[in-house]
Design a binder for this molecule. Structure first.
Ligand SMILES: [Zn+2]
Ligand SMILES: [Zn+2]
Length: 276
């Protein structure tokens, strides 16, 4: 099944430009150097029935509202969270208006998160998730504990654990594409889930080492080991200018940018991916 993946944001936690910064990338007039907080949007048409468009978002950071407007988002069928840092969850409340329409059709929007991320999200948005919440216009959403595989209208999302500092967070594989952000380490078992990829989306922060993110150089090595036909880097800091960095990258590996859309094959996730 064919789908389209759109990068709604490709910046690191601060976004680019970074507030208070006067560096060349933050002052750049190249629109590729303007990066909202990291998120991707996945759209496909269901082959059966009326060919209805289905929409999945991975992470709803603080720029989610602006990203939804830019990308003409009118519905969301499910949200997958990678982890519960602010740059990945703080736009959750902007699901409210979209959730009312989905709710009328048959239920709350399912949100998927690891147990750790789920607990944090429930605490931060306590007025939405607490059983005692009384706010009548809270988002019609339901937090689910992320299973190994989740099926959303015919598309299977396979969990791919990665390390973010000390934290084990969720990456995702859908069809022949994988989305791994905030990565500082990839467990061996997860490499097995990344065999046979067409498209790899991987975080690559900057050149200087960081305690919870891999460098660009490390990301290139992982990309080459995984060997996807094309690799797009995301979660990019203001230390990496778009044009000048792309000139240094090997063939098939490039920095993504906000608004980039690519076709993706959403056929079944790798049948060999049985690693724990
Ligand atoms: Zn992040
Ligand atoms: Zn993070």
């Amino acid at each position: 099944m064919d789908g389209v993946l759109t990068f709604m944001g490709t910046g690191t936690s601060t976004g680019v430009p970074t507030l208070g910064c006067n560096c060349a990338v933050c002052r750049s007039t190249d629109t590729h150097d303007r990066r909202l907080r990291p998120s991707v949007l996945l759209r496909w048409r269901e082959p059966a029935g009326d060919g209805r468009e289905r929409v999945v978002v991975i992470d709803t950071g603080p720029d989610f509202r602006e990203q939804a407007l830019r990308n003409g988002l009118t519905r969301v069928d499910a949200v997958f969270y990678t982890h519960s840092h602010a740059d990945h969850i703080m736009g959750l409340d902007d699901l409210r208006p979209l959730s009312f329409a989905v709710f009328r059709e048959g239920g709350p929007i399912p949100l998927y998160a690891t147990p750790l991320a789920k607990a944090t999200i429930a605490r931060v948005f306590d007025y939405t998730f607490s059983p005692h919440a009384t706010y009548p216009l809270r988002a019609r959403v339901e937090l689910h504990e992320l299973a190994e595989r989740v099926l959303v209208y015919g598309v299977e999302f396979l969990r791919v654990p990665v390390m973010h500092g000390q934290m084990r967070i969720a990456g995702y594989r859908f069809g022949r594409t994988a989305y791994l952000t905030d990565v500082s380490g990839i467990p061996e078992a997860s490499f097995e889930r990344l065999v046979g990829l067409d498209t790899l989306i991987l975080s690559a922060l900057r050149h200087k080492p960081h305690p919870t993110h891999a460098t660009l150089e490390q990301a290139v090595l992982w990309a080459q080991r995984i060997g996807a036909r094309q690799t797009w880097f995301t979660h990019i800091s203001h230390e990496l200018g778009h044009e000048e960095t792309n000139r240094t990258l090997p063939d098939g590996i490039r920095l993504a940018y906000d608004g980039l859309s690519i076709p993706v094959d959403l056929g079944t996730a790798s049948p060999t991916a049985e690693a724990a």
